[in-house]
Design a protein around this ligand. Structure first.
Ligand code: ZN
Length: 447
């Protein structure tokens, strides 16, 4: 009996009208378990760079890491291929599924680097195919095969640093497309009871539930948190009002800011590479049509635009209050320049580092009674409304007004956060250790 290890990567099986690659993984968990294989990790849900314009919806790739007896190897591969074929929306134009079978206990450094680039930047199919050849891995692509990129990226992202968990519960197929039924008050209670160890359950600002997606996909709800135990406990507190077909706990890079890369200076920024960058606000912000706020920042090397869009609510309000001279650190995706705008950072977060004094010029106060004077018109002097004295030749005075913002971190409202955005609740809970050995006893269930 020879025991082997394999990493199975999957991506791009879904479309806006049907399916979800996490569901393909959830089905495979059940099917592969029946072949007697052992899972050496929770299924990994790896979110790739959300800022590439040709991404798949949600941009999540999956990896199953398994130990098995050599005698069932062909059966494993067959099961995976058949399940993808059955579940993928192959008739949809933009759906190009890919499967990667990567053997061996350790993931080579080059493959891990490929994954890092797929999360923080842009990678292509050629690079993926070269690595697959070099390490003699097998891959299968459908149509344009783009899913092989994400499949390999999921294999290589072993989540050895900060990571989170998500329990995903799936609907029975009869209910696909209908409104999801979950007792909302139970979600609010769950959120209170499990905070801060679960996150993005509800949007505090709009009092809206976030764990249930919209759309025709098979997910009923997903709860994100710090450990497998807490997401499972949280799920037990929520009352679904429709049947659940199955649930699975995934290990993920969601909520970790894994997509953001610090640049030393603004000139290092490249389109589609999400960044953390420091700069000084170059001019007061502009509010432009469709009500987003744009301001530019500069350093010695370059000047770039930053945009806060209307749906980001809280962040947009802060952006409006910036003034020239403020020192800021900005976080977000980078949009390519076009004729109408330069290189632009689409803001996810802003940290205010040092606020410039905000000066306004106003009339002086009455030297006699201390009340602020009223101007009587250009070059006509001023008059005190209190004591009636008139003055000429008094010049305006500088007054420093209070800023309504402070040196702290601001971010988009939970409802418009990216899957990868680290929410406030996770600050201080980041993990630096390798994932614990072994899985909890019940990490998935089929009803
Ligand atoms: Zn007066």
């Amino acid at each position: 009996m020879t025991t082997k290890t394999m990493h199975i990567g999957l991506d791009d099986t879904d479309s806006p009208r049907k399916g979800c690659t996490t569901y393909v993984a959830a089905l495979l968990v059940e099917k592969l378990q029946r072949l007697g294989i052992e899972f050496i990790d929770y299924p990994n849900l790896v979110r790739l760079n959300p800022n590439v314009p040709w991404k798949t919806r949600g941009n999540g790739a999956l990896c199953l890491r398994v130990k098995y007896n050599k005698s069932v190897e062909d059966e494993i591969k067959e099961t995976v291929i058949c399940t993808v074929e059955e579940q993928a929306d192959l008739d949809y134009e933009g759906t190009d599924p890919g499967i990667v079978f990567f053997e061996g206990k350790r993931i080579p450094k080059e493959v891990r680097m490929f994954s890092k680039n797929a999360v923080t930047g842009v990678v292509n199919l050629d690079d993926a195919l070269k690595l697959l050849r070099k390490f003699e891995a097998e891959a299968m692509g459908f149509k344009r095969c783009r899913g092989i990129i994400g499949g390999l990226a999921a294999v290589g992202e072993i989540l050895q640093h900060d990571h989170t968990f998500e329990i995903l519960a799936y609907r029975i197929p009869e209910n696909y497309g209908f409104k999801r039924k979950v007792d909302e008050s139970s979600i609010v209670e769950m959120d209170k009871a499990t905070a801060p160890y679960t996150f993005n359950n509800v949007d505090q600002e709009k009092d809206r539930v976030l764990i249930t997606p919209r759309g025709p996909d098979p997910i009923l709800l997903g709860i994100r948190g710090e450990t497998p135990e807490i997401v499972k406990k949280a799920f037990e507190m929520v009352r679904p009002l429709e049947p659940v077909e199955r649930w699975v706990i995934f290990r993920t890079n969601q909520g970790t800011d894994a997509h953001l890369r610090q640049v030393r200076q603004l000139s290092e920024m490249e389109p589609y590479n999400p960044v953390i960058a420091k700069g000084i606000v170059a001019a007061d912000p502009k509010i432009i049509p469709r009500r987003h706020v744009v301001f530019s920042i500069k350093d010695e090397s370059a000047q770039v635009d930053c945009a806060a869009y209307e749906p980001t609510g809280a962040l947009r309000k802060i952006a409006r209050k910036l003034i020239a001279g403020d020192h800021v650190e900005v976080y977000g995706g980078v949009r390519a320049p076009s004729q109408s705008h330069p290189l632009t950072i689409n803001l996810e977060k802003i940290r205010l580092l040092k606020l410039a004094p905000k000066i306004i010029y106003c009339n002086p106060v009455c030297p006699r009674c201390g009340k602020r004077l009223k101007s009587m018109g250009r070059n006509k002097g001023s008059r005190c409304e209190n004591c009636g004295t008139k003055y000429t030749g008094l010049s305006k005075v500088e007054v420093e007004v209070e800023r309504e913002i402070e040196n702290t971190l601001y971010m988009t409202s939970s409802r418009s956060q990216r899957h990868l955005t680290k929410p406030f609740r996770r600050y201080g809970l980041e993990k630096s250790h390798v994932a614990p050995e072994g899985l909890i006893e019940d990490w998935y269930h089929v009803f």
